[in-house]
Write a protein that binds this ligand. Structure first.
Ligand code: ATP
Ligand code: MG
Length: 402
């Protein structure tokens, strides 16, 4: 295709799309309602439910939504702190350390605004507080090992932050924890990060939720919360971030193109919306790929068809391949068995499909830990990556061919 505009590289026209991780999109489509609800929630005193749990599959826009809530909360007079949790926070003591640090950072900001530096004792007291008593809230933890229990340390810092906020003209403080599905209690390892956090938060919020939390992560988070504490239901509003409805998905493609010097035909936009299932990451990826590979100012369905196979291949490499390769061979076999079982399936069905010699229950637990699988209900398993089944089918076909 030498000389064809399709092959012109580098492409001289601007590429408005932003496929990436937590990267704000050029146009945030389909999230107006949930953001309006977040704004209302920040104004309510006290709110119906003190905290939010935002869940969605990989690439559906959890992190971007969290960033938007941060901006709105700051504008509404809240102090905010966003943290991405990692594997180390599965340990309650490490989680407590991190949250104590976060509360310290927020306290410093309250102080800076309110000039109440002396109202609360400073130091490493949250990790080993003798007594933290401010306002109505107090804690006198009993030490066994010389350190406060993680839940006590977290409570002490939430309580101190609450008290400082009460003495200031700040509305409150919002702690936003991304990848919070990692906080599953694990009785076998004697680790209870989520229970500890909920116990501390519930206790600190009894006097009024000046300190609120937004937990965000894979759908497993909802189940983890229910399991950790029966009263979690009364503490969290559950918000599910999903694929965009058709019109919003169309806007996610069409709006960024305005003023970019290019346009896509309606037929092409419809096709991308349909093929992507409205998943935000894929919409950004398809838009970006088309803009990068097609040097036309008006791109039609047929132009796109010529690069589509290459795009799917690139998407497989960028989004799926590393994650699949990161799984052990038996786990990969389980993923393929799940695909044959139709994606969402019960343990019995997956076990049958995987065949003898595979401990499906253990393998699935590992896949959940790796963020590849989640449990939509107690009895079923599904892929945590949207359109993963299609990738596995393509992979199986390639393997069969070779
Ligand atoms: N509402 C939206 N409209 C258009 N694009 C969006 C929207 N939400 C997210 N995106 C885009 O989708 C991509 C993925 O977003 P984000 O990183 O927030 O997803 P995520 O759910 O946090 O993914 P992961 O689970 O992998 O962390 C980004 O490129 C982002 O710009
Ligand atoms: Mg994310």
């Amino acid at each position: 295709m030498t000389g064809s505009p399709l092959a012109r590289q580098p492409n001289p026209l601007r590429n408005p799309f932003r496929p990436g991780n937590g990267v704000p999109p050029p146009y945030l489509a389909g999230r107006d309602q949930v953001l309006a609800e977040a704004e209302d929630w920040l104004l309510e005193e006290p709110p119906l439910l003190a905290n939010w749990a935002i869940t969605g599959l990989r690439g559906t826009g959890n992190t971007v939504l969290l960033g938007e809530i941060v901006q709105r909360a700051e504008r509404a007079g809240w102090l905010t702190l966003e943290r991405e949790l990692g594997d180390r926070h599965r340990d309650d003591a490490r989680l407590a350390e991190a949250l104590v640090d976060d509360c310290e950072a927020l306290l410093a900001r309250v102080d800076a605004f309110a000039g109440i530096g002396q109202a609360i004792e400073r130091g490493a007291r949250f990790l080993r507080p003798r007594r933290v008593a401010v306002g109505e809230l107090s804690v006198e933890p009993a030490y066994e090992s010389g350190r406060a229990a993680p839940a006590d340390a977290m409570f002490a810092s939430f309580a101190a932050l609450t008290a400082a906020l009460e003495a200031s003209d700040r509305r409150g403080a919002l702690l936003l924890l991304d990848e919070a599905h990692l906080l599953a209690d694990d009785g076998q390892r004697d680790r209870y990060p989520l229970s500890s956090l909920l116990a501390a938060l519930g206790r600190a919020q009894r006097q009024g939720p000046r300190v609120r939390v937004v937990l965000c992560g894979l759908p497993t988070l909802s189940l983890n919360l229910k399991r950790a504490r029966t009263y979690a239901e009364r503490m969290f509003r559950h918000v599910v971030v999903g694929n965009l409805p058709l019109d919003a998905a169309g806007d996610a493609i069409a709006v960024p193109l305005l003023g970019s010097g290019r346009s896509f035909s309606l037929g092409l936009i419809d096709h991308v919306v349909e093929a992507s299932g409205g998943y935000p990451y894929f919409l950004q990826f398809a838009g970006a790929f088309a803009c990068s590979r097609i040097g036309l100012s008006r791109v039609g369905r047929a132009d796109f068809a010529r690069v589509e196979e290459a795009m799917i291949h690139e998407l497989d490499l960028a989004f799926f391949e590393d994650r699949f390769e990161g799984a052990a061979p038996t786990e990969q076999a389980l993923l393929l068995a799940m695909e044959r079982a139709g994606g969402r399936a019960t343990l019995t069905r997956i076990t049958r499909e995987a065949g003898p010699g595979v401990n499906a229950a253990v393998g699935l637990r590992r896949l959940i830990d790796k963020g590849l699988v989640y449990r939509p209900t107690r009895a079923t398993y599904d892929f945590a990556l949207p359109l993963f089944a299609g990738y596995l089918r393509r992979r199986a076909e390639l393997t069969a061919l070779s």
